[in-house]
Structure formats: structure tokens, C-alpha cells
Unconditional design. Structure first.
Length: 212
């Protein structure tokens, strides 16, 4: 089964990808990992990517799609795969289809922006040891102080309100079009993200006809 996971930053795609990997015995493939693997394997395509990255340029769609094609042709993807982080745009979705990379379902984890904002802006990280907290879900014993090392807890730039709102705007601008694309192909499945991790996972499995 070949899946795409769609969802806003903080919707829980990474967590669900890990669970699906365990339950379906298929690999979860992220764009970042694919680029790193391509550069490490020293292939002609990998060398091309390395040059682009070293120049500080964005990797163009056709190269991303070539890397996806190379990765999903490997033996561990014979029974399926989960794509996370690609396609990001309609052009990439159409490119996957043009290259004959079959997608069975695009699963969108649906969650209100306000909930995402509360999740992400509530995160705190220890400046000293990197331990993670959340002011509601996993608060420290003393506000602003790490339980483990007494270091100062800070808000990462990625979790600042303005950054989160901007990322959500970009996500909606790109992804609503993708959802329409896969909906038109009868492959879009919507799953409620504001529920327990296990319940959301069960709903995903049911949506793709793989309830275990």
C-alpha cells in the first residue's frame, strides 16, 4: 500500500508514520532523509543533489521526483511506502503521477489551526540539556525550569506564535490544492487529528481498509 500523509505542522504526521510503519511493515520516507541518502550513496543523482545543496539552492521539483522514484524502487518498498513531506505542491503531485509512482491513498490529518497553535506555542525546551516540555500537556515542576538539570526553558523560534501562524498559512495555501487533487482521484481520506494517538491511528487504518 502506497500512502501519502498530509497534515499541518504539529498535526502528528511523524507519530502516525511511525505507528503505520510498525503495523503495516512498510517504510516511512521523508524528503529530508531521501536527500541525505541520495547524497551519501554517491550516485549521479546524489552528486547532483549535493552540488545543489552546497550552493545553497532549493532542490527543484524534477530532482525531488527523481529521488522519490529512485527511493521507492528499492527492495524495502516492494510492499508499499509512506511519503511524508512530498508532494508539497500540485506540480509535485502531478509529477509523481506522470512518473507512474502509484499512490493508493492520501490521508489528511485534520485539525483546527487554534489547536495546532496551542500545541506548538506551548512547547518549551531546556536551553542546557534539550529536554522537551509543554505548558499544558507536560509541564515542568517549576515554571520555566527544567526538571532534569534546572536549566532555563525557552521557546524555540519555530514555536513562536508568528512563526507557527506563518507556517500554517503556507501549509493551507499549498495543501488545500493537493487535497482537491487527490479528492478528484477518489484517493483522499480525512482523519480527525484532535483525538488520542491510538484512536487517530485506528481511524487511519480503517480509512485505508487495513484495520488490524
Amino acid at each position: 500500500m502506497n500512502l501519502i500523509l498530509l497534515g499541518a505542522p504539529g498535526a502528528g504526521k511523524g507519530t502516525q508514520a511511525e505507528l503505520l510503519t510498525q503495523k503495516l511493515s512498510i517504510p516511512a520516507i521523508s524528503t529530508g532523509n531521501m536527500l541525505r541518502e541520495a547524497m551519501a550513496n554517491g550516485s549521479a543523482l546524489g552528486q547532483k543533489v549535493k552540488k545543489i545543496v552546497e550552493e545553497g539552492s532549493l532542490v527543484p521539483d524534477d530532482v525531488i521526483l527523481d529521488i522519490v522514484g529512485e527511493r521507492v524502487s528499492q527492495a524495502d518498498c516492494a510492499n508499499g511506502f509512506i511519503l511524508d513531506g512530498v508532494p508539497r505542491t500540485l506540480a509535485q503531485a502531478e509529477g509523481l503521477q506522470a512518473r507512474g509512482i502509484r499512490i493508493d491513498y492520501a490521508v489528511s490529518i485534520e485539525i483546527d489551526d487554534s489547536i495546532i497553535e496551542n500545541r506548538m506555542t506551548g512547547r518549551r525546551v531546556c536551553r542546557k540539556c534539550g529536554a522537551s516540555y509543554h505548558i499544558v500537556a507536560n509541564p515542568p515542576k517549576v515554571e520555566g525550569v527544567c526538571d532534569a538539570c534546572s536549566g532555563e526553558l525557552i521557546i524555540r523560534k519555530d514555536d513562536a506564535v508568528e512563526t507557527v501562524r506563518h507556517r500554517l498559512e503556507v501549509y493551507h495555501a499549498q495543501t488545500e490544492v493537493l487535497k482537491d487533487f487527490y479528492r478528484s482521484l477518489g484517493k483522499l481520506r480525512l482523519v480527525e487529528g484532535d483525538q488520542s494517538i491510538e484512536s487517530a491511528n485506528q481511524q487511519i487504518l480503517e480509512a485505508i481498509g487495513a484495520s488490524l
